[in-house]
Design a binder for this molecule. Structure first.
Ligand SMILES: NC(=O)c1ccc[n+]([C@@H]2O[C@H](COP(=O)([O-])OP(=O)(O)OC[C@H]3O[C@@H](n4cnc5c(N)ncnc54)[C@H](OP(=O)(O)O)[C@@H]3O)[C@@H](O)[C@H]2O)c1
Length: 249
């Protein structure tokens, strides 16, 4: 039995992850801004009274994150794995640019993970082991039209994880990033284009859950074709890659 803390657990992939982890017998703390008001989570906490706890958190605020870490640590006497899954997405063309949206995506898709890792690391060091997993995105590989406000913080998250990995590994703290493609959730409901290789939230949650058993694998990425295509775009000269992305306008 492991103790998991899932942040961004009230809908979509995070909610499915809670279900998968409970089904495997893990103890789970499910967090989001609306965790304690989420009907599905409330139902699950009745079905799993000894294994599920709900804690509200808004990852945009330092003090709140600090207090939540303290609270969560006390629930099951520590945490084995923290999964940072919180994320928001606003698609914007130049005419729609809105500073509040940029700031929100930066705070939640990137800074929230930094905030949490900063608070968790001393606890992991104290218990002499830890495991932190972030849900990134294949959008972090290359900035695509209208999605820069979302993908730039995801790229920062990837870069941050690369940079933190060696030191954390020395301290017996595993760090993993999951970069997956499109999943049918409320987040992608905003997209008005056909999303290639679209996955369902429960499939995605199962893949992420399986990856937790291989903590030394730094990057977990799927689906195969889409992730390889975007990696290829990154490797091309800009004269070519930007011409290709312009054709997606
Ligand atoms: N769907 C995709 O195609 C796709 C692709 C690649 C990566 N991802 C990533 O996968 C993760 C989950 O996305 P999803 O598609 O499942 O979206 P979702 O259904 O909208 O879930 C997002 C979760 O983040 C939580 N959240 C948002 N703002 C928060 C905040 N300030 N503090 C704490 N929690 C917050 C939400 O809960 P509350 O609103 O209750 O706070 C919700 O539980 C995100 O990081 C997303 O970037 C998604």
């Amino acid at each position: 039995m492991r103790r998991l803390w899932i942040v961004g657990a009230s809908s979509g992939i995070g909610l499915e992850l809670v279900k998968v982890a409970l089904a495997y017998g893990d103890s789970v703390v499910a967090s989001a801004r609306e965790a304690t008001r989420c009907e599905v989570l409330k139902g699950l906490s009745i079905a799993y009274p000894h294994h599920l706890r709900l804690i509200d958190i808004d990852v945009r605020y330092d003090e709140e994150v600090k207090l939540c870490v303290e609270k969560v640590w006390g629930l099951f006497e520590g945490i084995d794995i923290c999964l940072y899954n919180a994320g928001v997405y606003e698609k914007m063309s130049i005419e729609q640019w809105d500073m509040a949206h940029f700031e929100q995506m930066n705070q939640i898709n990137y800074m929230g993970a930094v905030r949490l890792l900063l608070q968790l690391t001393p606890r992991f060091l104290e218990q002499k082991r830890g495991h932190f997993v972030v849900n990134g995105s294949i959008a972090s590989y290359f900035g695509l039209p209208y999605a820069g406000g979302y993908s730039a913080p995801k790229s920062a998250l990837l870069n941050f994880c690369e940079s933190m990995h060696p030191e954390l590994r020395e301290a017996n703290i595993y760090l993993q990033i999951v970069n997956h493609g499109f999943v049918q959730t409320r987040l992608t409901a905003k997209n008005d284009f056909v999303m290639p290789q679209l996955l369902q939230p429960h499939q995605t949650a199962q893949k992420i859950y399986d990856a937790l058993a291989k903590p030394t694998k730094f990057e977990v990425r799927f689906p195969f074709l889409l992730t390889r295509l975007l990696s290829l775009l990154r490797m091309l000269p800009y004269s070519l890659s930007l011409r290709l992305s312009r054709s997606a306008l």
